[in-house]
Design a protein around this ligand. Structure first.
Ligand code: GUN
Length: 281
């Protein structure tokens, strides 16, 4: 039976640290979140981020737009947030209903890009000199490290739809000497590739997508999927994986809470960078 990796416990420790760091900052940093449309899962995540931010002493501002809002209007509001000294971090909850996500993210000042999705921050990460790394990538790596397994020289596949989430994970794993590859969910011979991997990170948004025959005996499986089933959330991994994998990060209670904790850590990091920039000018 797979050993369960408890992201929630790891997240609690990080949130305690962040709370402490916020106190030493001397002023509450601000986090602004932008949400567009009415996707219930996106609304739930933003609510969880708001709660966590407030508990850590970070002040939170929500910009809530209807689906019909123009890309231009969102960008205009982001520019106003860029100019505000009380806002240390800005995030745009993805996916956007029908807007140009790259254009919207490009409008965020990279020093306030707490999701680490801006092209500049992604470029820095590829060169291993990043300051704001995507929280979801940090969460995945922390969960893998929590297994205390030797990782050097091992192989990983990241199965997903969106390179904006997958590429940062590939970079972080490569920096740890893991041979990591991004696979699209409709890739030919996906199962043949995934069943060779020592680690599988899956984020496709399809319940029961990852089946036991796609997993190597004893593999580390990190479920990043979020799918609604009746009125609760399930991941992308079929329940019978537990009998085959060596370690499993479950949904809920795995990547989600840890991602929120690292987001808060990035808000503090961004606030600190902005403070030192101000004191220099
Ligand atoms: N949608 C799913 N995961 C994420 C995330 O980590 N950040 C943002 N902004 N949107 C998401």
């Amino acid at each position: 039976m797979a050993e369960i990796i408890h992201g929630k416990r790891l997240a609690e420790k990080i949130r305690e640290q962040v709370k402490h760091q916020v106190e030493t900052l001397g002023h509450p940093p601000g986090l602004a979140a932008i949400i567009v449309g009415n996707d219930p899962a996106s609304r739930l995540y933003v609510r969880l981020k708001e709660q966590a931010a407030k508990e850590a002493g970070i002040f939170f501002e929500l910009l809530d737009f209807p689906e019909e809002v123009s890309t231009g209007k969102i960008i205009k509001e982001i520019k106003k947030l860029n100019d505000r000294d009380d806002i240390a971090g800005i995030l745009v909850q993805l996916p956007l209903p029908s807007h140009d996500e790259d254009k919207v993210i490009a409008a965020i000042n990279p020093i306030k890009d707490v999701d680490g999705f801006h092209a500049k921050n992604r470029e820095h990460l590829a060169k291993e000199k990043a300051s704001l790394v995507p929280p979801v990538a940090l969460a995945v790596v922390q969960l893998i490290e929590a297994t205390h397994q030797p990782l050097r020289g091992k192989t990983a596949v990241i199965i997903g739809n969106n390179p904006i989430f997958a590429e940062p994970i590939v970079h972080l794993l490569k920096a740890m000497q893991v041979k990591a590859d991004f696979l699209q969910k409709d890739e030919t011979s996906l199962a043949a590739k995934s069943q060779m991997a020592d680690m599988i990170i899956i984020a496709v948004g399809k319940r029961n997508f990852l089946k036991p025959e796609m997993v190597k005996e004893g593999a580390i499986v990190i479920d990043v999927g979020t799918n609604k089933k009746e009125n609760h959330v399930v991941g992308d991994v079929s329940p019978s994986i537990k009998e085959k994998a060596g370690f499993l990060s479950p949904v809920p209670g795995g990547v989600g809470p840890l991602t929120v904790a690292y987001l808060l850590m990035n808000v503090v990091r961004a606030a600190t960078m902005q403070k030192s920039r101000h004191s220099k000018s």
